[in-house]
Ligand binder design. Sequence first.
Ligand code: SAH
Ligand code: SF4
Ligand code: F3S
Length: 467
Amino acid sequence: MILSENAGNYLPEQCQYATQVKSLLNERGVICPKAHIVTFGCQQNVSDSERIKGMLLLCGYTLTEDISKADFVLFNTCAVRGHAEDRVYGNVGAVKKYKKANPNLILAVCGCMAQQQSVADKFKKSYPYVDIVFGTQQHHRLPELIYRRMTGKRVFELALDNAAIVENIPVCRDQTLKGWLPIMYGCDNFCTYCIVPYVRGRERSREPDEILHEAKSMIDSGFKEIMLLGQNVNSYGKGLNCDINFAKLLRMINDIEGDFRIRFMTSHPKDCTIELLDAIRDCKKVERHIHLPFQSGSSKILKQMNRKYDRESYLSLIKAARERIPDAEFTSDIIVGFPGETYEDFCETLSLVKEVKFTSLFTFIFSPRDGTPAAAMPDPISREEKGKWFDELLLAQDEISKELNRSLIGKEMTILCEESLGDGRLSGKSEYYSSVSFDGSEDLIGKFVTVRVESYKNNTLYGTVIN
Ligand code: SAH
Ligand code: SF4
Ligand code: F3S
């Protein structure tokens, strides 16, 4: 549990609240206060939780995996699909019994689901034991929110005012080799199915100096992989008063001295420029993998999704990328059963998948989100029917993955050794996207090795270290 070195520059008033929380906990006899954090949703949420943990450490808490021992429980929630939301209510309900046993226990809910007024109202009315609910743009005030709850009423802080990004929030990272680095927050794209722009607010980019500073400090602390995060990293820099875009940012991070790798997600096809592809080609520290969600292979459905590209332009983008980076691997997100999608439309998705040959896919059945345009569109196809299409897609991808894996036999890849699998085996990811397993001693963990691929099983490649 290490706080980043920027903790000293965090908002002075929040530092004061943190000190006050610490002494209140002490006065109330909470010895060694413990916090338990549960994170749902995407990497953005995981990264937010690392900052939440940083602020909790500043307030005197230590982290615990054991919820029954916690004095502070927080659920950082996701709203992107219905399933993500359903799980939260059950989890929150289960904390009631711990609160009975520990009257000092504070229960907080934050994140994208909590940002929705209807959800916050539900917590207010039906979950009286939830102490603090705060939105996606209020994280930086956590010490204050805890202080207010400890000295007064339940706290609901949901303002989504798109104010300036607060920098220097202390961060307590979950991992030591691979770290998240948010470069922008929010989304302005309003894809018609998606709740994110409503719950995360407007797109705001961090200043390049702040990003470079954080990247350098991560590399100095031994991180070997930096994952740049944003809902649409390709539009990074819009609204900043300097000559910057994502391609330029990649080159700047690539120029930082050190032995590390750069990954990024998510790229929106509409903003993926030739300048960016050239930067990926030129920057040796940048992975040879592009996560480029196309969502649907039908231009008609893409228009209804408000994605701002069509099937042809997506395919030409893949072609342009392959011309520059011939061995690039691609992955994608796909939605099956968007309202009004016919089986013929779905077949266009299937044919695009077969044409591009993605390394792997993240596939979802359309889930209507209240307040989005797609939730109000006629949706005549049954869930059962959509399920059949979904299975057909998985089956097709399975064949493609096998074929791709077969074609990788004999290829040499650079692997960041991440973990020991026991029995003298290690695993890690390549500069492409593949997971690779190989024989090696544990002192290789944290180092880059070259591995020649020899076989594959399911989605793992097996190989031998050649240097
Ligand atoms: N900003 C990223 C995606 C973030 S959400 C991008 O534009 O690529 C991650 C994925 O969840 C999306 O790519 C989409 O495939 C899926 N998704 C979003 N809303 C959804 C919904 N209402 N139903 C089903 N899947 C959805
Ligand atoms: Fe959602 Fe579209 Fe924004 Fe991605 S780009 S977060 S899918 S609105
Ligand atoms: Fe979920 Fe919010 Fe991420 S809705 S997917 S946690 S941005």
